[in-house]
Design a protein around this ligand. Sequence first.
Ligand code: UDX
Ligand code: UDX
Length: 448
Amino acid sequence: MRRESDAVSFIGLGYVGLCTATVIASKGIKTIGVDVDEKRIEQLRKGNPPFHEPQLQQMLKAVVRKNRMEFTTDASKIAEANTTFITVGTPSKDDGSIDLTYVKKATQDVGSAIAGSPVYHLVVIKSTVTPGTTTDVVRPVLEAATEKVCGPELGLSSNPEFLAEGSAIKGTLQPDKIVIGALDSKSGATLTKLYRRIYSKTKIPTVVTDPTTAETIKYASNAFLATRVSTINTIANICQRVPKADVETVAKAIGLDPRIGPLYLKAGPGYGGSCFHKDLQALISFSRSVNYDPILLSAVEEVNQRQASEIVNLSRKLLGSLDNRRIAVLGLAFKKDTDDMREAASLRVIDELLKNGASVSAYDPMALETARRVLPEKVELLPDAISCLRRADCCIVMTEWDEFRRLKPSDYKSTMKAPNIVDARRIIKRDDFEGFNYLAVGLGTSSS
Ligand code: UDX
Ligand code: UDX
């Protein structure tokens, strides 16, 4: 019988797959990365990641140089590993429900690769999938493709990830928890052992449960975080209408309560990114399919959608009509330190500004290339903050980039037509901005 290999493979080298695979390879474990995208594979072989993520490029180059990581479009290579993580995307269908096409296809590919092999192989579903998917959808596809039954010869487990963009490498090196949803005890033990090898020196809190509960944990996590953001934005919107009330101080104070805690209490233009909206929609749709209408989650999403109008209304308060006014949008990425604009609040704000007849200039330190692809042509993209501000009637600070914190009052005064600022992220030290017309999310003014 062939000896079990120590290698692991990943199918799907997007954000989650690539960051996780690179960290595992950096721990000295042979890692095989499979993706259908040939261009991406070519780039990865040279050690170049297809997206920006702090520490990733350096780590990737090192593991490629040391031959610890191999990249291929050939899924049959999976047979050289004994554990495969499925990390393909799980997009939304038009009705918000989850599209499992890629997960099924990847499962089929893994199954075909390991069919006929006498060696035990563990398949791990890391893609975010709705409760029951691993047992009810993945398992039958895997068993049919391998002609084996899950159990002593074939392992299957759910293992959700909780990585946030911008800290994905740090989050993989030091996760706050590991969640293992094992179909059977051998699958659970195999995955636990692998994680012990990866985190040999550190003890990471590990929750071992069944696959369906593990899948639910991932959605619960994003639902809670998104709910916190919509809750603080709701409080911000109330503050805005009450003279002198300030959501910053409110958040700071309530965050001192250990039952609440300080994180995810930053009011802003609404959450964006590839996960919160997609996962909330998938959970809402799933929940309805099991005859429960999760009205709380629908409200979280609605508050988030409407938050863009709250920001646009602040600029309207400063300018009156927006028709033919020039608005400078500073920041396009859904948060700082990323070039990602998926579901970014800037998209909703810009759309509403344009619909109201405004002309828009925009700048982002990292996301200009992305913006060129996703924003309408009439949005003028500028190479720096100063040119973006030039001749603007109002500036909206949309993303909390450090670069924008460093802008001085004179940078605005010397370039803009009028000193009107809407701070959608609360990054401006307003005491330094005397003489400006300054409105901010969650800051009550006497004219509110
Ligand atoms: C991940 C998770 O897997 C997703 O479920 C979670 O909700 C968010 O994080 P992400 O890493 O962002 O998704 O996925 P994406 O950037 O879309 O990358 C998926 C990769 O899989 C792409 O490189 C794509 O080419 C590849 N792929 C897709 C395959 O290799 N095979 C397929 O059949 C489909
Ligand atoms: C999120 C989850 O944090 C992560 O665990 C999951 O795996 C994927 O989804 P990510 O989308 O990368 O990660 O970003 P995150 O840092 O959570 O921020 C999401 C959005 O919420 C951003 O637009 C951010 O600006 C916004 N946000 C976050 C706030 O407006 N206020 C806050 O206090 C925190």
